[in-house]
Ligand binder design. Structure first.
Ligand code: ADP
Ligand code: GLC
Length: 478
């Protein structure tokens, strides 16, 4: 039996700000339980829902030094759907309305979390063979582990995997401050270790010290070795290319299932979508005050509203696209400029554009089920889960060919009658609009082809089964 510990800053169903939480919370369920005991460790945030906080069982507590600070570390536990979750408790660090706030606070918060995660291991009776770290928040884990090895036998031999879900976020802060926070010796603060461009860089440290590095799609694994996508770490990514691989994400096929989804009014399958999917559209049109018309093409967007997702392209051509026979349904929060942009278009094109500037799991499911197409013109996209959810609900993705979008959406070929969506290659607003309009033409004029494509989309398998196997192989190779 191999023991694996995921260490991460968020996980469904407890706390989520993006796809990272989906991955951390769902992937562990899909390992071969006979051979792999995979557990998860996350912070116990005060902003978690009360219903979860109530269920957590106290396990142990101790005090830990973080340089000159002595801090309380509580450990709580909950077994959820067969997976053991550990929660690191400290009310000073994990208070707050959201998991992340100011970077200078987060830098100390996740130094604490990373060190506490390792320090807790001897007390919870779970010594992992492999610690699987996710994103910059856990970048210090491999570094502390290296440091701990000098202290004693317990930590020797534990291997690490670092998964990059988004290279844009690296956890960068002043070197002197990070020295003071972490208490790590000077030895680590040099350019071939924790330092990058004169600052301390958590993700870089994790990448340098991890035994294996992965990212969440094959294309992104290649892209981050280039200057455009490399976020100034492309040199490092090239240097580690022998240990770097891409494993595409899956989604939880039980959670996202149009046949059983508790959030959608009308269930459907690949056999019944032709008559039943549209009922969800009509229901949503009524709920959101859109013009009610079963025939009009509905385009959905569910996203963090940030530059990564290509919203500047949409800003350029939204007026033009709104001249067409389409409706837009947007669900998202993020940069104020994009929140206000969608509010503006909802006001200007009342009945055609619905802007829902909030976070809601139920509403996201309704949009995946109700829409005909899903627009995701990302500037970069390590994997993307929304397009996988869309495929599962027979909602055809319109995407830019980058990262995981390129690897998971096969563009429509009207001659060979293949494909599961639509895509364009350059980051250009008019190219995007031309692709949206091409999709409109197929939707209105070639309904048979469209429906065949929906069928293929729904039949694609992006459950975790395949990718979990690849992680198993990776663990076995260590
Ligand atoms: P990222 O992690 O970059 O935000 P992904 O596509 O990997 O992008 O994952 C986004 C996840 O967050 C999906 O599960 C999506 O449904 C969800 N999501 C994003 N915005 C919202 C929102 N406003 N309400 C509900 N779910 C959302
Ligand atoms: C990041 C990426 C997204 C990916 C998710 C889960 O948030 O932006 O593309 O799907 O992590 O790996």
């Amino acid at each position: 039996m191999k023991r694996i510990l995921f260490v991460a800053s968020e996980s469904v169903p407890f706390i989520k700000t993006g796809g990272l939480a989906d991955v951390v919370g769902s992937l562990p369920k899909y390992f071969d339980k006979e051979k792999y005991d995979v557990r998860v460790m996350i912070p116990k945030y005060m902003c978690m829902k009360q219903e979860w906080k109530e269920k957590l069982q106290y396990k142990t507590h101790f005090y830990m030094d973080l340089n000159w600070r002595s801090q309380y570390v509580g450990v709580l536990e909950l077994v959820h759907e067969g997976v053991t979750f550990y929660f690191i408790d400290n009310e000073y660090y994990f208070a707050g309305m959201k998991p992340y706030g100011n970077i200078y606070e987060d830098i100390e918060k996740f130094a604490f979390f990373s060190k506490a995660a390792l320090s807790a291991l001897p007390l919870i009776d779970f010594r992992p063979d492999i610690i699987h770290c996710h994103d910059w928040q856990t970048g210090l884990v491999p570094i502390y582990l290296d440091n701990f090895r000098y202290g004693g036998e317990y930590y020797r031999g534990i291997k690490t995997v670092m998964t990059i879900h988004n290279l844009k976020f690296q956890g960068v802060w002043d070197k002197k401050k990070v020295k003071d926070i972490t208490g790590l010796p000077d030895y680590y603060f040099v350019p071939d270790k924790l330092e990058a461009y004169k600052d301390a860089n958590y993700l870089k440290g994790g990448i340098v010290y991890a035994d294996k590095v992965t990212t969440v799609s094959n294309s992104y694994a290649g892209e981050i070795q280039t200057a455009f996508y490399g976020e100034r770490l492309d040199g490092l990514m090239r240097a580690r290319s022998n240990s770097l691989s891409g494993i595409v994400n899956g989604i939880d096929y039980n959670e996202y299932n149009p046949e059983t989804d508790i959030f959608i009014p009308y269930h459907y399958t690949v056999d019944s979508f032709r008559k039943d999917k549209v009922k969800n559209k009509v229901e949503l049109q009524k709920e959101l005050g859109l013009n009610v018309d079963p025939k009009v093409m509905m385009i959905g967007i569910v996203s963090r509203l940030t530059d990564q997702k290509g919203f500047d392209l949409i800003a350029y051509v939204m007026d033009e696209m709104c001249q067409d026979a389409v409706e837009f349904v947007v669900l998202g929060t993020g940069d104020e400029k994009y929140e206000n942009m969608f509010r503006h278009f909802a006001w200007k094109y009342n009945g055609k554009v619905s802007a829902n500037i909030y976070y809601s799991e139920p509403m996201s499911h309704k949009i995946y089920a109700a829409s005909d197409a899903f627009l995701m013109p990302s500037l970069f996209e390590p994997c993307g889960l929304s397009q996988l959810m869309s495929l599962r609900y027979g909602t055809l993705p319109i995407v830019r060919e980058t990262g995981g979008l390129k690897d998971t959406v096969e563009p429509y070929n009207e001659f060979e009658k293949t494909g599961t969506g639509f895509s364009f290659s350059n980051y250009n607003a008019h190219e995007m609009m031309a692709t949206v309009r091409y999709a409109e033409r197929i939707y209105y004029d070639k309904k048979r082809d469209w429906n065949k494509m929906v069928e293929r989309a729904m039949e694609k398998d992006f459950s975790w089964n395949n990718s979990a196997k690849q992680y198993e192989n990776l663990y076995d190779s260590l």
